[in-house]
Write a protein that binds this ligand. Structure first.
Ligand code: THU
Length: 150
């Protein structure tokens, strides 16, 4: 039996996904990446329809770097959004060529804090060219807030 009692998510329509792909790609231009030169942008869809964007923000003290996905989650939660349907992630090295950029383990854990197993994760090169996964696929058997409740 699933420990996750949150609502299940419907897949966003293609128009919304396309819009989020453009927003995520745009966010790559805002990335602060003097160390890695790797640009990541994210667009996070809240259940209420709002879309929150984020970019990666690096730091001379490397562990203080923030990923694009977590920037988007922090912006969303600070604006009162706690339920999410989908995220689009775009990433490119200095050559500017987008690759399918999967979220790191820490970002997957943050997704697991707020999102149900069918939360959609789109790894986009363009609005027409992306891979789709669910959180369950990318992070099975994750530690969720449900374990702390008795
Ligand atoms: N990065 C992200 O922004 N998201 C991920 O999920 C993977 C990695 C960033 C962190 C760092 O600024 C750069 O990519 C290289 O690791």
């Amino acid at each position: 039996m699933s420990m996750d009692t949150r609502n299940q998510s419907a897949e966003p329509d293609r128009e919304t996904i396309g819009k989020m792909c453009v927003m995520a790609a745009d966010m790559c231009k805002r990335s602060y990446v003097p160390y890695s030169g790797f640009h990541v942008g994210a667009a996070l869809l809240a259940r209420d329809g709002r879309i929150f964007t984020g970019c990666n923000v690096e730091n001379a003290s490397y562990p203080a770097c923030t990923c694009a996905e977590r920037t988007a989650f922090a912006k969303a939660v600070s604006e009162g959004a706690h339920e999410f349907t989908a995220i689009v992630i775009c990433g490119c090295a200095e050559d500017g060529v987008f690759q399918y950029c999967p979220p790191c383990g820490v970002c997957r854990q943050v997704m697991g804090e707020f999102c149900s197993g069918d939360f959609r994760i789109y790894l986009a090169k363009t609005p027409q060219d992306y891979e789709t996964y669910t959180l369950d696929e990318l992070m099975p058997k994750r530690f969720t807030p449900a374990y702390l409740r008795k």
